[in-house]
Design a protein around this ligand. Structure first.
Ligand code: BG6
Length: 802
């Protein structure tokens, strides 16, 4: 065309020059990109490889061949060459092309792919050296520059270290070429083992060389969470917080069970298998603060880690667990266990998570997953509060306008009634903006999702549905690290889950029949930060003793102990009674004096009391209550060991006590802990004298240690047992040794003293103290005798009756 006569004018010369420069630059870049990529799939004949990985690699080849790199694919396993080759060939038989590709084209590409793929037995160090030679031999004759190598570990984790060592010592590519190793979960079993594995892997690979796969991050609806939040910032900014979100559900239900995989499953169970990774990743994507740029890998990671820090620690009561009935039998069969063997591994779990930051405080995040359930479906559902009150009758509620209809946003991961990934936004929320790779869908008529017709949502699905592994393989190939789990991320997640896993280790899961027959057996509810099954466990599913030993028609026993009133009951009722008594005392004090001064002990016994006060005593006059500490450990007040932290976690953050009414002990002054010369004890005493009339608390709550100590007044240590001092520094036999405590004389000035004693461990000291006289040096608790106030003992049956 240029050869033809043409009338050139100066502007056109300029344009041509620019176009040529752009083309040249393009060529240079293409040249730079050229090189050879070898992909080695370890575990090439295993289940995951057969189901997803070979297909993913084929898709990668279809997408990338001819775009700058040449490829070779190396399947590897322990199996001997001939047999391995056959198995691999079988796995490759079922490769398929995208629906819109012409069959002849497909056959051609498949053929090329097969020619580029070969099998290697990788067992010994020599095998790895041979593989390396093989790769190099492929490069040289063709004069190819090596761009990089990808090693995909589709093998059990016990094999990681060996393979990693061999790759590191003999299969690293030469200078200028990259190495990427791809690791599949499980990445450890708990925090410690994950840490050990991470340390081991770090001795072979750099962090940037490792790609830890969580295949849920490759699911299209999950991968859309951050971009969606980013693209719809304007609409979501005001909504994405505790004022508007009622709750968040992150769910992965399966119909399959664990048959055939029990050797793995028995060690892991549903929490390690699904919640610790897939659901936690989704939780972070939904709840993290949105960075300015969601494409910045570092910023996303930073925000994720911050979210982990804000997660409230899980406790035994944060979870409900179940197990499908056939599971133990499957384990016995597959793992050759005795007939008497009963597994405690949960195959179902519901967990209540709280995020303690300003955005999410009080919003329940429910994570749930299980095998042998009634349907296969996954989603993250954000249900918004409905604060509107609609005056018009329901027939006038139009889906797009009515604030009275449910408002929700759902990242629908797949399967279920819809059958494909989707993002659903209630029409009464806002019209969302999605990238052009997503299209609006209508779905089958009459379809209802989450209680509303599909037509009440703006519903979008990907134009082209893609398998998670093919997406992740493409990211690995392009060196995009944003959809992978870094070591820090992994350890933060295990740090969060490990305490719950430990606390559940000996818990018998609720048995369920499986499938639709589960009925409402697994439905659960939450209140006061705890989860529980909605239905009682039906007898036929859990035979044997257990429930009968707790009298349901409990009675509170009233008696005398050391000549003072004693209240005794099962622990739950006891706590309830004590909380009621404290509230009554508080109400009375406020009525008479306008304020209530309550001094509280730390330790584990009062935790249940704090929770009870925080959640079940709506008439408590918190606004007029002053809270004091009976004793404190000499650690910073922010330390989880400090009594103040216990009070803060279980009580203060749930009730509204005026800031100035909270009186932590000054154990941390001048950046040092309980130094005599800082006069912390005297400071506290002065504060008490200033604010509490006659230094006489309305109520002091004490405990009793197994050695007879109370507050932080210990046997054989004279400090604080008598004399003038109101507050003293003492020494505990157990760590942390230094303590600050109210003295016995101060305690005995109180109008009321309640001593709470719970648990079988206290049985012995309870018996002993019942017999001893007034001997505070030996048993400081025996010195508690209010001068003109009242002493009441609260003991549970375990402590009192043993
Ligand atoms: C895996 C779990 O990570 O995810 C399996 O180990 C589970 O137990 C699977 O079945 C579910 O993945 P998907 O992609 O089928 O939802």
């Amino acid at each position: 065309m240029l050869a033809e006569p043409f009338n050139w004018h100066p502007g056109m010369w300029k344009m041509l020059t620019v176009a040529m420069c752009v083309a040249l630059l393009g060529c240079l870049q293409a040249q730079e990109l050229q090189g050879h990529v070898s992909i080695i799939l370890l575990g090439a004949t295993g289940d995951l490889a057969k189901k997803y990985l070979w297909q993913g690699l084929f898709q990668l080849y279809l997408d990338e061949a001819g775009r700058g790199h040449s490829f070779s694919f190396h399947g590897a396993a322990l199996t001997a060459p001939k047999q391995g080759q056959e198995l691999m060939a079988k796995a490759l038989e079922s490769l398929s092309c995208p629906k819109d590709m012409e069959p002849s084209h497909c056959a051609e590409h498949k053929d090329q792919f097969l020619q580029l793929s070969r099998y290697h037995q990788l067992k010994t160090a020599e095998d790895y050296q041979a593989l390396n030679k093989d790769i190099e031999a492929q490069l040289q004759p063709a004069g190819l520059r090596e761009a990089g190598r990808i090693f995909y570990f589709s093998v059990p984790p016990f094999a990681y270290a060996d393979i990693a060592r061999n790759i590191n010592s003999s299969c690293r590519p030469g200078p200028g070429a990259w190495l990427r190793v791809v690791l599949e979960k499980p990445f450890g079993h708990d925090h410690l083992s994950a840490q050990q594995l991470a340390t081991e892997l770090r001795s072979f690979f750099q962090e940037e060389e490792m790609y830890r796969v969580d295949h849920y991050l490759g699911k299209q609806a999950v991968a859309q969470i951050l971009p969606f939040r980013d693209q719809n910032r304007k609409a979501l900014d005001g909504l994405w917080n505790r004022h508007h979100v009622e709750r968040v559900e992150i769910i992965m239900k399966e119909t399959v069970d664990a048959e055939g995989r029990t050797s793995f499953y028995e060690e892991y169970g549903v929490i390690r298998d699904v919640l610790q990774n897939h659901l936690t990743e989704i939780l972070t994507l939904v709840a993290m603060e949105l960075p300015h740029s969601v494409s910045s890998v570092e910023a996303v990671l930073r925000h994720k880690l911050r979210l982990f820090q804000a997660l409230r620690g899980l406790q035994r009561a944060s979870a409900v667990v179940g197990q499908y009935q056939a599971y133990s039998e499957q384990v016995r069969r597959e793992l050759q266990k005795l007939d008497s063997f009963h597994s405690l591994t949960p195959t179902f779990a519901g967990v209540l998570v709280h995020v303690d930051n300003l955005r999410w405080e009080g919003v329940p995040f429910i994570l749930m997953s299980g095998k042998a359930l009634d349907e296969r479906v996954g989603y993250a559902r954000i249900l918004f509060k409905n604060q509107a009150c609609c005056v018009q009758s329901e027939k006038h509620w139009a889906a797009a306008q009515s604030q009275c209809l449910p408002r929700q946003l759902v990242f629908y991961i797949g399967h279920g009634d819809l059958g494909s990934p989707a993002v659903l936004v209630s029409r009464n929320l806002f019209r969302p903006s999605l990238p052009s790779s997503w299209k609006e869908v209508e779905g089958p008529p009459g379809l209802r999702l989450f209680g509303s017709p599909l037509s009440s949502y703006y519903a979008y699905s990907p134009v082209q549905e893609r398998d998670a592994y093919s997406i992740l393989l493409s990211h690995i190939y392009h060196g995009r690290k944003d959809s992978f789990i870094t070591t820090e991320n992994l350890l933060a997640s295990w740090g969060f889950w490990t305490p719950l896993l430990e606390s559940l280790a000996h818990t018998a899961p609720r048995l369920y029949p499986g499938g639709a027959e589960n009925g409402h057996l697994l439905d659960f509810e939450f209140s006061s930060g705890q989860l529980f099954f909605s239905q009682q466990q039906p007898e036929q599913l859990v035979p044997g003793p257990g429930s009968a030993s707790m009298p349901s028609d409990f009675q509170v026993l009233r008696a005398k102990y050391r000549e003072s009133p004693l209240v005794s009951a099962w622990s739950e009722e006891l706590i309830s009674k004590l909380a009621t008594d404290i509230e009554a005392t508080a109400v009375q004090a406020v009525r008479h004096f306008g304020q209530f001064h309550l001094a509280l002990s730390g330790g584990s016994s009062p935790v249940a009391l704090f929770q009870q006060l925080a959640t079940a005593h709506y008439g408590f006059p918190w606004a007029h209550t002053h809270l004091w500490l009976v004793d404190e450990r000499c650690v910073p007040l922010s330390d989880p060991e400090s009594n103040f932290q216990g009070l803060q976690a279980h009580l203060l953050q749930h009730v509204r006590v005026p800031y100035l009414n909270i009186h932590p002990m000054p154990v941390h002054l001048q950046q040092r802990l309980c130094a005599e010369e800082d006069h912390g004890a005297q400071l506290y005493a002065r504060e008490i004298s200033t604010l509490v009339a006659n230094s006489s608390f309305d109520l002091v709550l004490l405990g009793m240690g197994t050695d007879g100590h109370t507050a932080s007044l210990f046997p054989q240590s004279p400090t604080g047992l008598d004399g003038e001092q109101l507050v003293v520094l003492t020494t505990s036999p157990s760590q942390p040794h230094r303590r600050m405590s109210l003295s016995l004389p101060l305690i005995n000035r109180a109008k009321k003293v309640a001593v709470l004693v719970m648990g079988r461990m206290k049985r012995e000291i309870t018996m002993l103290v019942s017999r001893v006289g007034h001997d505070p040096k030996k048993w400081p608790i025996s010195g508690v005798l209010p001068h003109s106030g009242q002493l009441v003992w609260y003991m549970d049956y375990d402590a009192f009756l043993g």
